[in-house]
Design a binder for this molecule. Structure first.
Ligand code: FAD
Length: 467
């Protein structure tokens, strides 16, 4: 069987489905190919969405426990893992099913199978029903995403070793869990498992958790994590894993390690993700793979093959769903000849831990590394009325400012709800707002969003007198 299409999109994640839907809305004949029954990709099936459903439950468990301080006692939580799994799967099915419907409504030709390039205008798709379909396209967008990276020389075939995908399946709650990797995925899943009752130890090779985030934000999170996690070992490497049948023994290496051999019930490896470029027949096209395995694209997301564009996790960092979707839209418009380029001033990043960490634009760390002169305005949440009503003063709002123009180059936050609040900062950066704009914008009281205005007031030395 052979199909002709104007646009073939390979991969139905946030990048792929955003591109396919926009292209269809703009009048193109679109074929979207993915291995799953419905679009959604890693984000909906094995990433953002299931993890946030479980983090919501984790938050509830923590809050119920904290309520003791306020004179309300709920008792020990009783966790029905089957029901919790059903809730999480229900969320995933609802959203992916919804995307399937949207694809149908838009008349996107959805093919369920694995695509491979035969040449620069033809794909061969091995469908899940066992048949093969040829798709002849005018243009293609490659959006095959990423998969968990493995630790070289340390992969053992064991049910006791999980990656983020199997950890989200929530097969059991191990009594003792080791999380290898203190990045955002490792810390979010540590939060989930510790709230469900696991005793969690985190090991990070680098000197601090969340490399990339400013240290003053991370130290606020770290302080709280120390009360919920068993151990956090930084500058520590796992050099050996051994499955004992009923447990797993690990060997740790690092200057600060006092107990190098430790035993756990399960190990979660979350050391990063690698782009999916193997098995796609890219050798039959002119698409080039660059540094660290990412597909090389220009600002219009075009690869070295003039018929093929690439977006999302396969083209580089940050590997985030909203970046993939934004790139998908630019790629479609570029294909249609619109004057567009992917040149954001700020891509927000959120770590959905407790407290959350979020930043957009230039970070203080980056400014130091690149020797960019900046001024910093910081508002500690100890002085926020809203944070006090929540009994969560462990927060900080930070503005990174260009001294001459007072333009906001970066915004960074730690605290409950930081993930939602960063949108205001992102808009401020994208619109070229100056600190005065934030100071003069009336923010609702009492909210955490006020801390953006308070930080701006502090920049001018104006006392904040609203609690
Ligand atoms: P993907 O979502 O990876 O989708 C690629 C699709 O391509 C997959 O469905 C795959 O099946 C398909 N595919 C691969 N090869 C082929 C082939 N040959 N033929 C057909 N189809 C193929 N990001 C956020 O922004 N916020 C978060 O909170 C967040 N949380 C995360 C939590 C976890 C645990 C993980 C693992 C990731 C998280 N991410 C988060 C990252 C986010 O999931 C990715 O950045 C995003 O999914 C990338 O989108 P994409 O379109 O590039 O590809």
């Amino acid at each position: 069987m052979s199909t002709k299409t104007q646009l073939a999109v390979i991969g139905g994640g946030p990048g792929g489905y955003a591109a396919a839907f926009l292209a269809s809305d703009l009048g193109m004949n679109v074929t979207l190919i993915d291995l799953e029954k419905n679009p959604g990709g890693v984000c909906l099936y094995r990433g953002c969405i299931p993890s946030k459903a479980l983090l919501h439950v984790a938050k509830l468990i923590h809050e119920a426990d904290e309520a003791k301080k306020w004179g309300i006692e709920f008792g020990e939580p009783k966790i029905d893992l089957n029901k919790l799994r059903d809730f999480k799967n229900g969320v995933v099915n609802k959203l992916t099913g919804g995307l399937g419907q949207l694809a149908k409504q838009r008349k996107v030709n959805y093919i369920n199978g694995r695509a491979k390039f035969i040449n620069s205008t033809t794909l061969s798709v091995e469908k899940t029903d066992g048949t093969t379909e040829e798709v002849v396209f005018e243009k293609a967008i490659l959006a095959t995403g990423s998969v968990p990276a493995k630790i070289p020389g340390l992969s053992i075939d064991s049910q006791r070793v999980m990656d983020s995908t199997s950890a989200l399946e929530l097969n059991d709650v191990p009594k003792k869990l080791l999380v290898i990797g203190g990045g955002y995925i490792g810390l979010e899943l540590s939060t989930v498992y510790s709230s469900l009752g696991s005793e969690v130890t985190v090991v990070e090779m680098l000197p601090g958790l969340l490399p990339g985030a400013d240290r003053d934000l991370v130290s606020v999170l770290e302080k709280r994590l120390k009360t919920t996690l068993k151990n956090i070992y930084t500058e520590t490497k796992v050099v050996e894993l051994k499955d004992n049948g009923d447990s797993i023994t690990v060997k740790l290496e690092g200057a600060k390690v006092t107990e190098p051999i430790q035993t756990f019930d399960k190990v979660l490896i979350s050391i990063g993700r690698k782009p999916v470029t193997d098995g796609l027949g890219l050798e039959n096209t002119k698409v080039k793979i660059g540094e660290r395995g990412f597909v090389v694209v220009d600002k219009q997301l075009k690869t070295d093959d003039e018929n093929i564009y690439a977006i999302g996790d396969i083209v580089g960092n940050p590997m985030l769903a909203h970046k993939a979707a934004a790139e998908g839209k630019v790629a479609v418009e570029a294909i249609l000849g619109h004057k567009v380029a992917f040149e954001p001033n700020a891509i927000p990043a959120v770590v959905f831990t407790d407290p959350e960490i979020a930043w957009a634009g230039l970070t203080e760390t980056e400014a130091k590394q690149k020797e960019i002169k900046v001024e910093i305005a910081k508002f500690p949440w100890a002085a926020s009325g809203r944070a006090t009503t929540l009994d969560r003063n462990d927060g900080l709002t930070k503005l990174i400012i260009e001294p001459e123009t007072e333009r906001i180059l970066g915004v960074a936050l730690v605290g409950v709800g930081a993930g939602d609040m960063i949108a205001e900062g992102t808009l401020a950066i994208e619109m070229g707002a100056v600190v005065k704009d934030l100071e003069l914008t009336i923010h609702p009281h009492p909210t955490l969003s006020e801390t953006m205005m308070f930080a701006a007031e502090l920049f001018y030395g104006h006392a904040t007198d609203m609690y």
